[in-house]
Design a protein around this ligand. Structure first.
Ligand SMILES: [Zn+2]
Ligand SMILES: [Zn+2]
Length: 367
């Protein structure tokens, strides 16, 4: 009791040296200091800048779909130092730091003006305010979309090259999407999703790949798209949009992308050109391939894959159609024609085989 009284007396004496603003004195549960023209010893009147930030941010937030948000701030370390100094001088414990209080006041104002909620666990938006250089950044939580695509063009590559200027990071040349163009499967999907979600970038992850000349038919190839920094997150996506050269199926938003590798099996039609006429008896070698395939490149074992079913049809004397159902990830073209790969069709059919084209008829994800 006696000690407390002494501390109180000291505090009023010292506080005359250090003027504190209303926010700081009430936060530290200290007596209000007499109003002067001095700036607050701890925060240098930073609290007076919060309203201005909140107003600017709220104006920008008009273009975002969100129900909740979180704020984070950057302030000069000297504010924290002075805060700690006062707290230790007056032995103040269990109160919010100046940083926490500024952040809290900022969130409170934004929440009130936008009629949305503060969320510290999984917010739709994270707003970072830098009091040091008077800037702020709004980052919205990614949206993950799952879908499948059907490709009926033999002129469309699957992958999109990155912008040569920024190598995919995003720059003014590519309008920040990071791509060189939209003339691929990935590009078409990206373009569609950028428009739909008002985002700058989309990262696409396809389950398996195909050649530019391959068709993807049947149920289509599955893909995941991570929509980065979307302004619109409540957009309803039609399940079957038609784009240039591809059609999307089964589109839907999902909560998160599955982790790890996804196993799948595909039904593939392959057209092979041989150098000579291959006898039926030799063609039967394809049926007796030992499973699982130990695929090796230059004698070095790489992958173990299975072909579940394989059939052939003679289209012309030197042209065959192979139909197979196999594990995803088999390098089809190499399996047909590369001597460095074992097994390979050139070896099995005892004739130089060339893979003319291969199309996907069905892709099944194995869970
Ligand atoms: Zn203050
Ligand atoms: Zn760029």
């Amino acid at each position: 009791m006696k000690n407390q009284k002494t501390a109180q007396n000291d505090s009023s004496k010292n506080l005359e040296k250090h003027f504190l603003c209303n926010f700081c004195s009430s936060r530290l549960k200290l007596k209000k200091t007499i109003q002067t023209k001095q700036k607050c010893f701890i925060c240098k009147d930073i609290f007076e800048r919060i309203d201005n930030f909140a107003t600017r941010i709220v104006e920008d937030l008009v273009s975002y779909d969100f129900s909740n948000f979180e704020t984070g701030i950057i302030i000069k370390p000297s504010l924290m130092d002075r805060d700690d100094h006062i707290k230790s001088e007056f032995q103040i414990k269990g109160v919010n730091s100046v940083k926490t209080k500024i952040n809290h006041e900022l969130s409170r104002r934004i929440a009130r003006k936008t009629k949305t909620k503060i969320n510290h666990i999984d917010a739709d938006l994270v707003i970072k305010v830098n009091f040091k250089d008077d800037s702020y950044k709004i980052q919205s939580k990614s949206v993950i979309v799952y879908g499948r695509y059907i490709k009926k063009s033999r002129m469309l590559p699957q992958k999109q090259l990155n912008c040569i200027n920024c190598l995919g990071k995003g720059c003014h040349v590519c309008h920040f999407h990071g791509l060189e163009n939209f003339d691929s499967v990935e590009g078409q999907i990206t373009k569609f999703l950028i428009k739909k979600f008002g985002c700058e970038q989309v990262r696409i992850n396809c389950i398996g790949g195909e050649e530019k000349s391959s068709l993807v038919l049947g149920n289509g190839r599955p893909f995941f798209a991570k929509i980065i920094n979307p302004k619109k997150r409540k957009s309803i996506i039609r399940t079957k949009p038609k784009l240039e050269g591809i059609k999307l199926l089964d589109l839907r938003k999902i909560s998160e992308q599955p982790k790890g590798q996804i196993s799948f099996k595909s039904k593939i039609d392959i057209i092979i050109k041989t150098e000579n006429y291959v006898k039926n008896k030799t063609l039967n070698n394809l049926q007796i391939l030992e499973m699982p395939l130990q695929i090796s490149i230059n004698g070095k074992k790489t992958v173990v894959k299975k072909i579940y079913k394989i059939n052939f049809k003679r289209l012309a004397s030197k042209r065959l159609k192979i139909n197979m159902y196999a594990d995803g990830g088999i390098p089809i073209k190499s399996l047909i024609q590369n001597h460095e790969i074992t097994p390979n069709f050139t070896h099995l059919l005892q004739d130089n085989c060339q893979c003319v084209q291969f199309d996907f008829k069905k892709i099944d994800v194995v869970s």
